[in-house]
Design a protein around this ligand. Structure first.
Ligand code: ZN
Length: 301
């Protein structure tokens, strides 16, 4: 009997300590409804990893890549997303980007880039060789000039390193294109056995120009916010992705993503994530395994 009493009191003490510990670690200012985490496959525990975050910027694109403390940003949402992205990156203690890429000079891709240029050190700034007369584009050029930075034009079929990851430039449009979307810089990022294909807003016209031997990828950022002008079925067969990410705004005026694209993805059994439904989508890989988690916040305004 005495032994049972001792066991019981030990249990009660453990229970109290446990409850106390839980309360101590409960995140402040965060309601559980705000955290919508969904994890696919096995969690990646290795310290050496590539993280690719598709940030929820509504009807726009912004993709952050990190490996071994090296950061790369591809697009920065619309004009109003600029200050939000600056805060988001500063909260992660990012001070410098090795590379910042503006895929093409439309507001929903380069809108926040002036804020990024003003607030962070940038080693290389890439955009296609295209000029537009919009205020947004001029703001990007002005902020580059203020920091005495130059714009670099990447060359197709060249590669560069982001930590241990390899970034290959598959395509860069010129001003000969009738559609600015088709000037999009197309990149493939490879980390050991896992790869990401990011096509900006390039249409099927560009998809057909890409060298098919380069295209097979684990994750596809679906072109042009899921518009029917991109993600041709033949192209999708060649890329053969396991996962698709659509960066798209809720109830957008373009009715992106189009049903035809969603149906094609579904018929190929590709697991699809959407920023309008899932929020910010983070893909972590150790080069073999993949972990995907999503966080829905109100940063989209
Ligand atoms: Zn766009």
């Amino acid at each position: 009997m005495k032994r049972n009493k001792k066991l019981l009191s030990s249990f009660v003490i453990l229970l109290i300590v446990g409850i106390f510990y839980l309360f101590q670690n409960y995140p402040e200012n965060k309601s559980l409804e705000n955290i919508n985490k969904r994890v696919e496959e096995a969690p990646v525990t290795a310290e050496e990893r590539l993280e690719v975050t598709f940030i929820d910027v509504g009807q726009a694109d912004s993709i952050l890549l990190e490996n071994e403390g090296h950061y790369m940003l591809i697009d920065a949402g619309n004009n109003e997303d600029g200050p939000k992205l600056v805060n988001y990156f500063k909260n992660q203690n990012i001070a410098q980007f090795d590379y910042v890429v503006g895929t093409h000079p439309h507001e929903d891709h380069i809108g926040g880039l002036d804020n990024i240029i003003k607030n962070f050190s940038i080693k290389t700034f890439y955009m296609p060789d295209v000029i537009t007369t919009t205020k947004t584009f001029e703001e990007v050029l002005d902020s580059l000039a203020e920091k005495e930075m130059t714009l670099s034009i990447p060359k197709a079929n060249t590669t560069f390193k982001l930590g241990d990851a390899t970034v290959k430039v598959l395509y860069v449009g010129t001003e000969k294109e009738n559609d600015l979307n088709d000037t999009s810089i197309v990149l493939k990022i490879t980390y050991q056995n896992i790869s990401f294909l990011l096509t900006g807003d390039a249409s099927t016209k560009v998809e057909q120009k890409l060298n098919p031997t380069n295209l097979e990828s684990t994750v596809l950022k679906v072109g042009h916010h899921g518009s029917s002008t991109a993600t041709n079925e033949k192209f999708l067969n060649t890329v053969n992705p396991k996962y698709a990410i659509i960066s798209v705004g809720e109830n957008n005026q373009y009715e992106h993503p189009h049903t035809t694209v969603l149906n094609t993805l579904a018929s190929h059994n590709i697991t699809t994530y959407r920023t309008d439904q899932d929020g910010t989508i983070k893909v972590i890989t150790d080069g073999t395994n993949i972990e995907i988690s999503t966080v829905k916040t109100d940063t989209n305004g």
